[in-house]
Design a binder for this molecule. Structure first.
Ligand code: MF3
Ligand code: CO
Length: 248
């Protein structure tokens, strides 16, 4: 069942989402050559705590950190650690915050220093794909309108859309119904009802859409080890349109 949120519930989700957006803004300044990914994670954890929230990811199914930091061929769920960011890296950072009983979830991809044209293109296209997907979301429209718009834009630019991972409803739980695929044909799936809150999160690859999970049980990489990018916002469907909640 897809839960519809009340106005007061939407305000609470909005607060968690603003914290996530502010944390990502802080991270943008930190993503520089030489920094260890665990330093970024530590700062995010402190920031979320200072905002009287808790990191959604920490302890989720045993996940050991407050962020996912996914570099180059890592699609998502990279675990922060001693690895240092270096010039030329593409770095996707995913953050969730929980406050007043509700979660917010968002991700951005950052480019570090002198990066390849392919990395520049895939980062631009993943962001645009999410924008196209959100633009296709209309109250009383259908969920797959969003999915199809994302896929169309990504594939038009020669990138592939990951199938093994999808976006999701969000609220009292980080993952709620419905699943939000980044591929599909328009006009299908659930009707987008006012009060629905969705984490829309395209993951697109330079090569194959096939994935592999590393031995740590978390890190998901492209099967061909070519580069991948991720962008995520939490959005709310309202009577008048769509509100993007994970913005400053
Ligand atoms: N934002 C991601 C998601 O929507 C990350 C959660 S995975 C976690 O699934 F284990 F790190 F929490
Ligand atoms: Co998510």
């Amino acid at each position: 069942m897809i839960e519809l949120k009340s106005k007061t519930e939407l305000e609470k989700i909005g607060e968690s989402c603003r914290i996530v957006a502010a944390a990502l803004k802080m991270v943008e300044e930190m993503v520089r050559p030489g920094i260890e990914t665990r330093e970024i994670d530590q700062r995010v954890r402190e920031f979320i705590k200072k905002e009287d929230a808790t990191p959604s990811f920490l302890g989720y199914r045993g996940y050991p950190a407050s962020t996912c930091i996914s570099i180059n061929e890592v699609i998502v769920h990279g675990i922060p650690g001693k690895r240092r960011i270096k010039d030329g890296d593409l770095v996707s950072v995913d953050i969730g915050a929980y406050k007043n009983g509700f979660h917010g979830d968002a991700a951005r991809t950052f480019l570090v220093g002198d990066v390849s044209d392919e990395k520049k293109r895939i980062t631009k296209v993943v962001k645009e794909s999410l924008e196209r997907g959100i633009a296709a979301a209309k109250p009383y429209g259908r969920l797959s309108d969003v999915s199809a718009a994302i896929q169309k834009h990504a594939e038009k630019h020669g990138f592939s859309v990951v199938r093994d991972l999808v976006g999701h409803g969000i609220g009292r739980n980080m993952h709620e119904e419905p699943q939000v695929p980044n591929y599909g044909t328009p006009g299908n799936g659930p009707v987008l009802q006012p009060g629905m809150v969705l984490a829309v999160e395209p993951m697109i690859n330079a090569g194959t859409f096939e994935t592999e999970t590393l031995e740590d049980g978390w890190t998901i990489v492209t099967a061909d080890r070519r580069v991948s990018a991720h962008w995520e916002n939490t959005i709310a469907i309202t009577e008048n349109g769509v509100a993007v909640l994970t913005v400053n």
